[in-house]
Design a protein around this ligand. Structure first.
Ligand code: SF4
Length: 342
């Protein structure tokens, strides 16, 4: 990889320190943020209100866009999946999901994933590395400026487990949230996790109120372990206790993500177990119909099975929505396109 650093990995405070070390006034950080995040420029030569010497120095020291687009795939429903190559030749995916006046960007946080969930393509090819904060930020910049999508929401639910790369994820969120930059409100940002407890503890002290989703996928330990090997080390009761602590510390309301797999986790017994957890955490439930992944044995539920499962939850006073699976025709579930290239 090039010796240059990623400019998009720097918070404004870090950029100010760099400028001061370079003998420049620190207010130039605001100008640089405006060029990169509000004008979408990726070449310092275009930062026309900066002195030439500084522009040359920035060019020498930094890369602004570390992503190269390799492929896009568009779904009939408007979902677009972008495959990017990183500076070191690895691949990641970012997905733009349009729905009801929203444009949600689904961001990757790692190349591959360590957690090997049995329904997920990202885990199939193993873990390569964490993404830098600037690579996560660049996913948003590329979709916004190069492809013209204004994000309304960001979900960190693409390749990787965000809490396994939490320092870089939180730094990326600070940069995306900066008022001099993209100014994406924390409440429009959702981090999704399998429930890594050290990460949940760290999140309790994070200064911004982001949304947190817990990937449950089964409320019965034996089944959850089959789907998510992490459940052996972090069984449901430990996860629920950690989530209760997170809420007590002032965390916003949680969402429980539940991929419904036909004939596996969609019985009345499964619904009762899920309802019990939802009531304990006062969490809403998001049901997602499993999308088939080539090479994996699981089945999608029928529409009737999804509705029946939802009704069972509603009868148990759970607030529940069905999240429409998007991009099924382009295999938009995380990791499927990158896996093809990896
Ligand atoms: S679902 Fe998330 S945590 Fe599990 S393997 Fe896929 S990317 Fe990793």
């Amino acid at each position: 990889m090039s010796q240059k650093k990623l400019l998009t990995s720097m918070t404004r405070v870090e950029l100010e320190a760099y400028l001061t070390r370079s003998g420049q006034p620190s207010y130039r950080s605001d100008q640089i943020f405006r060029w990169v995040y509000q004008a979408g420029k990726s070449q310092p030569a275009e930062f026309t209100d900066l002195p030439l010497e500084l522009r040359q120095r920035l060019d020498q020291d930094f890369i602004i866009n570390p992503l190269e687009l390799k492929e896009t795939v568009s779904s009939k429903d408007g979902t677009i999946k972008y495959l990017f190559e990183l500076q070191d030749g690895n691949f990641i995916e970012t997905v733009m999901i349009p729905a009801a006046g929203r444009k949600t960007f689904c961001l990757s946080t790692q190349v591959g994933c360590k957690f090997h969930c049995a329904f997920c393509a990202s885990g199939l090819h193993g873990f390569k590395r964490n993404l830098e904060a600037g690579e996560i930020v660049a996913e948003v910049l590329n979709l916004k400026y190069d492809y013209g999508h204004q994000p309304t929401n960001l979900v960190l639910m693409g390749m990787g487990e965000p809490l396994d790369n939490l320092d870089n994820v939180l730094k990326a969120i600070r940069i995306l949230n900066d008022q001099h930059g993209l100014a994406i409100g924390a409440r429009r940002i959702t981090v999704s996790t399998v429930g890594l407890i050290p990460g949940l503890k760290k999140l309790m002290n994070f200064e911004s109120q982001i949304n947190l989703s817990l990937s449950i996928h089964s409320a019965v330990d034996e089944k959850r372990t089959q789907l998510m090997p992490v459940n052996k080390k972090l069984p449901l009761e430990k996860l629920i206790k950690a989530a209760e602590d997170y809420l007590k510390a002032g965390g916003r309301q949680l969402t429980l993500e539940y991929i419904v797999i036909g004939g596996f986790n969609d019985s009345l017994y499964d619904a009762e177990a899920l309802a019990a957890i939802s009531r304990r955490l006062k969490a809403k439930v998001n049901l997602i119909a499993y999308s088939p992944v080539a090479g994996l044995r699981w089945q999608s539920p029928t529409r009737e099975e999804m509705e029946r499962f939802k009704t069972w939850l509603e009868e148990r006073k759970v607030r529940v929505t069905i999240r429409q699976s998007k991009g099924i025709d382009i295999a938009a579930a995380c990791g499927q396109l990158a896996g093809k290239f990896q």
